[in-house]
Design a binder for this molecule. Structure first.
Ligand SMILES: *Cc1c(COP(=O)(O)O)cnc(C)c1O
Length: 396
């Protein structure tokens, strides 16, 4: 099973879909009064209410949400954006797509952006830092915010893997100048394909809106006369059928997270402590989405051995999430990175093994573990398999 929200798809989603089918209202602009009837519009208002965010835009994927954020913030050629070397390709790719330069930074023991390394990489061309809440866990937003403010640069949150999570009581995605969520099937909640961009500032929101809707002003106001931004924009709009599912899923987000967090607590309780093995640091344990539990070992050999016994891989082998496994980066002449450029990240990922607690994705290195619907017996079995793999690796 892919992600935890997927396991909760049910009657509410179906009821909303039926409502769309009743009058074939397949896109938000078929309504005379989208505020009243459109699921896409409702999703935007619900996100703003539930997450206490600024203005939001529903789009057709998490990648589109990142692009909408970057367009809204006016990131372009000549700009540098600092992004971790451990993230999904889409974070780095979206920056390159706008002609800006992704500057890769190290992760720390939380496996999220290392604030000190971020500060070291700031140059006069740095426009923004993209904090990725990797594997559902919050970045150190306090320090990143402070660094961004001190240097007068923007803070973007890629919350694709962490919808609903929080940092010191604020929802992830709403702390920076803009944030992006994804609703693909591996994420906390899903509608198949979908995403959201949230903004702090109305001007950035209007620019973002224009980008994803062919230059129209927000919500196509102006009685259709819309001058909007002087931009052509693309069409990245979310369809009503997707929004119908996403609306139902969003109402469940805290239930889904209560599920993964409960399972995580039971699992962690059953994992035996071992010399030379520690859980990754969490910048805010309460706000962690608990999609996975990650352990970091004292040696790469030991991590590899434990992972092999569990038929999974250490995180350094996760495809498309580790900069060393992104051929795009070595083949591109303007952006060149290869394994070895981020030694701390290389070292930490080579020593880390993930246990799934709801997100099962071989590319994410979470092929082993339990799901959000797992029983106590399932959890006990997984914990015992992990313990026994560690014991034999430690004794070896
Ligand atoms: C999934 C993901 C994305 C992209 O989301 P899609 O909906 O698949 O386009 C972006 N960033 C991160 C960190 C992700 O995990």
């Amino acid at each position: 099973m892919p992600g935890p929200g997927f396991e909760f798809l049910g009657d509410e989603e179906r009821r909303n879909i039926d409502q769309v089918l009743e009058n074939w209202s397949l896109t938000r602009y078929l309504f005379d009064d989208p505020e009243e009837h459109s699921f896409v519009r409702r999703l935007e208002r619900d996100v703003e209410d539930l997450f206490r965010s600024g203005p939001s835009i529903a789009v057709n994927s998490g990648t589109s949400a990142l692009a909408t954020v970057l367009a809204g913030l006016g990131i372009g050629p000549g700009d540098e954006v600092i992004v971790p070397g451990y993230t999904y390709v889409a974070s780095i790719g979206s920056i390159g797509h706008f002609g800006a330069t992704p500057v890769l930074a190290e992760v720390d023991r939380s496996l999220t952006l290392d604030p000190e390394d971020v500060e070291r990489r700031i140059t006069p061309r740095t426009r923004a830092v993209m904090a990725v809440h990797m594997l559902g866990a919050p970045c150190d937003m306090g320090r990143l915010r402070e660094i961004a403010d001190r240097h007068g640069i923007l803070l973007i949150e890629d919350a694709a893997q962490a919808c609903g999570g929080s940092y010191r009581g604020s929802r992830l995605g709403t702390i920076g100048d803009a944030g992006a969520y994804s609703f693909n099937p591996f994420k906390v909640i899903t509608c198949g394909e979908g995403g959201m961009a949230v903004f702090r500032d109305r001007t950035a929101y209007a620019r973002g809106f224009a980008y994803q809707d062919q230059g129209w002003p927000p919500l196509r106001d102006n009685n259709g006369a819309g001058t909007g931004e002087a931009t052509f924009g693309l069409n990245l709009r979310m369809p009503e059928l997707s929004a119908a599912v996403a609306c139902a899923q969003l109402q469940r987000v805290d239930t889904v997270l209560a599920g993964t967090r409960g399972i995580r607590d039971r699992l962690v309780e059953l994992i035996e402590p071992h010399e030379g093995m520690r859980q990754r640091d969490l910048n805010d344990a309460e706000g962690d989405c608990a999609n996975v539990v990650v352990h970091t070992f004292d040696s790469a050999d030991r991590a590899r051995e434990v992972a092999a016994k569990l038929s999974t891989k250490p995180l350094v082998d996760s495809g498309r999430h580790y900069y060393g496994n992104m051929p795009q980066l070595s083949g591109n002449t303007s952006i060149r990175y290869a394994q070895g450029d981020l030694p701390r990240t290389d070292d930490l990922l080579s020593r880390s093994v993930a246990i799934s607690v709801g997100v099962s994705d071989a590319h994410l290195g979470s092929g082993f573990g339990v799901g959000v619907r797992s029983t106590d017996e399932d959890v006990a079995r997984a914990a015992e398999a992990f313990n026994s793999a560690v014991r034999s690796a430690v004794l070896a």
